[in-house]
Design a protein around this ligand. Sequence first.
Ligand code: SAM
Ligand code: SF4
Ligand code: SF4
Length: 331
Amino acid sequence: MLRDKFGRSIRDLRISVTDRCNFRCTYCMPKEEYQNFDFLPKNQILTYEEISVVVRTLIPMGLKKIRITGGEPLLRKDLAKLIKMIREQDDSIDIAITTNGVLLSKYAHELAQAGLSRVTVSLDSFSDDLFKKMSDSNYSVNEVLDGIEAAIECNLPVKINTVVKKGENDHEITDLVEYFGPLGIPVRFIEFMDVGTKNEWRIDEVLTGSEMRNLMSKKFGKLESRKDSHPGQVSNDWTFENGWQVGFIESISNPFCSDCNRARLSADGKIYTCLFANTGHDIISLLRMGATDAQLSQAITSIWSQRDDRYSELRDAENPIEKVEMSYIGG
Ligand code: SAM
Ligand code: SF4
Ligand code: SF4
């Protein structure tokens, strides 16, 4: 089994299928930074066939899980075709998608038919005003809720991702738990992270997982940590006594680099070995020069075996470094 310098394997691949998005979330793609932005031209974006080759190469190396992300993945044409191509290679691999949800009611059925395993929908607020403010868009919360409903109707398991910014949407976290808890839909609360360099991240806007749990247990009672997580899982999962489930992605207060087994494939065909990396490893050139599977496998082995990333454990909030943007390599 392929291991990096700290003995971590490649279990999970995040694939960014586009760097474009129909939202301008203030913590990810702030409008001021992205209004005259040079997005990738089509010919520099990996085709589905090229993505499939990378997946085919990684499966024998221990790949178990794929997350399709972006940008907003549902903006990419015929996404179901990619899901089908991956599913045809491996009928047991877990294929998830992370989406802002506004196009999900349109595509849930064809994605499920193509072999998608699950969906994560991002939702930061139930209030239309705050939702519009945080996503800097004109979409409404109901469009996201319609997407969630469509996914459920197609029997796709759903999770919610909520980025929590102190002083912005922290007063809504109990509302989200109260709404999704009884539906059996886990909400994963994400500490506001210092991804990229454009979101004006400040540590004093981070509400930690433990602060969130305190707020929640005051309202809903005791929370118990669940022990059924597998190595490399990003979320710390907890359950209330009534069975409602919540998770916390505590990249700032409780880093989880030691068993991080995630590789990222950017829309323009580079492999990143950390969400906070500043450079990627060029794969698209190899693919377009006609590399064989064996040559590709050799290149990825060399990249992964030299990996020693552990950014969140070393984070120095006072001295930020150059990092790639999250919309480009996928969350
Ligand atoms: N557009 C899709 C979406 O929003 O679900 C997929 C891509 S988005 C980059 C993936 C995830 O990253 C989303 O759940 C989003 O909320 C999260 N995210 C983006 N910027 C973040 C930040 N600065 N801190 C924490 N999470 C962030
Ligand atoms: Fe778009 Fe997702 Fe980033 Fe929001 S978090 S701007 S929806 S890519
Ligand atoms: Fe993995 Fe990098 Fe995040 Fe650490 S900081 S958990 S190495 S992606």
